[in-house]
Design a protein around this ligand. Structure first.
Ligand code: ADP
Ligand code: NG1
Ligand code: MG
Length: 476
């Protein structure tokens, strides 16, 4: 725990005692993350490369004897929530802030097949900028899940349900971080966003000092050592984007699902059996370059209409809506499939290339070879700039402010790109250690100052973070 964590834990503890008249049983620190490269490909089954950051969500928890789930925020302007333990699955649409906490609690209950839960008191203190692409939502879900798990280690009312629904004998069971990473990815979908598993895995499984390649189906984490002198600088555009409040995110998930189903059917495969674009690639036994070629040969560039898709699958439009669309995309009738699939396959290739460059640097370093760090960083940076162009032009999930921050980064950074889902939020720039000050000064003078953002706000919006550890439980 760092000294800043100490301050946060002390204040949170004091606030908890003032609200519940008891000490918390534990406080969980659940970090946000920066995705270095690999955007919008986790839900397509491709590997991504994030690091956990120092900014975290802290969740304090204790039990109560009233069978109530009480959820409070350290910032009193966030409404508090209280329900009976039997009501944790009731998530509102669009979600309120505490629904992310309920997702984590209910996820643990479902995973352990618990007939009931103990009454629990929660206080949340969030230090991850919200709706900024740094994964405050998953830090909240994971923090709540880890806190619930830590409580279940201590109580005896956790009876499990048998297959026929009757309650088993009293049993104490808890979940590993790996199981929780998987479970929290599914649990967060209850808020209505159809994301992949990157954020929850980064929050729960990150290792201090290195990035990790996170792969899916099955979930695997591989340590990636970043070249010495590589500093990642985050710049918050200060344009928030709440993913659960719009249909943009789910529309991209739907477009990818349509692209993979059309590509699968056109290639003579059972499209219903293929669950991701990565699974399609494996079925077709093609390289990523060949998948790009397949996209160019099979999908047309103009948007597909609902009529055209219905005709292709020999279905009526309402069946297409039921099979492919989510609740919040049912009104959409045009889908860009060519450019979305191009982004996914090219981005997956960039992630592997990024890892390969890091791995080569690491093996030369351990062999004691003298290396030209500047040229390694410019190779990595070039991949990040390419990634940004692809998210901007093919995936159309950028924002003019993010484009401006990336453009300004060309002065001192080796590379920069939007990070997280986009449409607002943050950019991440790869900057040589000795150029960080010049990079930050340039962004302050050319982005923050002209917008009237004072020094204090700009310092919070612009930060570096070495790769941090995943979530931890601090027993009180
Ligand atoms: P991101 O994960 O990129 O930060 P999302 O749109 O996925 O953005 O999630 C943001 C939402 O998460 C917020 O609108 C809020 O409901 C919830 N949230 C995250 N952190 C906190 C916090 N500290 N306090 C209250 N709500 C939070
Ligand atoms: P953010 O921006 O943190 O909400 C979302 C998804 C990720 C991933 C990225 C884009 C969730 C919880 N998170 O992240 O799975 O798809 O966008 O790469 O849905
Ligand atoms: Mg999120």
């Amino acid at each position: 725990m760092s000294s800043t964590d100490d301050d946060e834990v002390t204040s949170l503890k004091q606030y908890f005692v003032s609200q519940f008249d008891q000490q918390p049983h534990s406080i969980v620190r659940a970090p946000g993350r920066i995705n270095l490269i690999g955007e919008h490909i986790d839900y397509n089954g491709y590997s991504v490369l994030p690091i956990a950051i120092k900014q975290s969500v802290f969740v304090a928890v204790s039990t109560n004897t009233e069978n109530k789930i009480n959820i409070l925020n350290y910032i009193p302007s966030f409404p508090q929530y209280s329900c009976h333990v039997s009501e944790v699955s009731k998530i509102s649409k669009p979600p309120a802030w505490y629904d992310y906490v309920l997702c984590g609690i209910y996820g643990v209950q479902q995973e352990l097949k618990l007939a009931t839960l103990p009454g629990m008191n929660f206080v949340v203190m969030g230090k991850v900028p919200m709706a900024a692409g740094l994964s405050s939502s998953s830090a909240l879900v994971c923090g709540a899940a880890v806190a619930t798990n830590s409580i279940l280690k201590t109580v005896e009312i956790a009876s499990t349900l048998t297959a026929n629904g009757t309650a088993n004998a009293i049993e104490r069971r808890t979940l590993s971080m790996e199981t929780m990473a998987h479970m929290c990815a599914a649990a967060e979908k209850h808020v209505g966003t159809e994301g992949g598993g990157m954020d929850q895995a980064a929050c729960l499984l990150s290792r201090e000092g290195s990035a990790q390649l996170i792969s899916f189906n099955p979930l695997r984490c591989t340590v990636v050592t970043l070249p010495k002198g590589a500093t990642f600088v985050v710049a918050n555009s200060l344009h928030p984007m709440n993913k659960a409040a719009t249909s943009d995110f789910n529309l991209r998930v739907v477009e990818c699902k349509l692209a993979r189903s059309i590509l699968a059917k056109a290639s003579g495969h059972d499209w219903e059996e293929i669950s991701t674009l990565n699974a399609l690639q494996l079925t077709l036994n093609k390289s990523l370059d060949q998948m790009v070629q397949l996209v160019n040969e099979t999908l047309h560039e103009e948007a597909y209409t609902l009529d055209e898709i219905a005709e292709f699958f020999y279905m009526n439009k309402s069946t297409i809506c039921r099979v492919f669309l989510t609740k919040n995309t049912k009104h959409i009738t045009k889908f860009k499939l060519h450019s979305r699939a191009l982004h996914v396959f090219s981005e997956a290739r960039r992630v592997f290339k990024f890892k390969q460059i890091c791995d080569e640097w690491t093996s030369k370093e351990s062999a004691g070879q003298v290396q030209d760090t500047a040229s390694v960083l410019s190779e990595l940076g070039a991949l990040m700039y390419e990634s940004h162009v692809s998210t901007r032009d093919h995936y159309e999930c950028s924002h003019p402010a993010l484009d401006e921050l990336v453009e300004l980064s060309h002065q001192h950074a080796a590379g920069a790109r939007l990070t997280g889902a986009g449409w607002g939020g943050c950019t991440v720039a790869l900057v040589r250690e000795d150029k960080v000050a010049a990079h930050c000064d340039a962004l302050i003078a050319q982005y923050y100052d002209p917008r009237g953002i004072d020094d204090l706000q700009a310092q919070q919006a612009l930060f570096t973070s070495p790769p941090g550890p995943g979530a931890t439980v601090i027993l009180v």
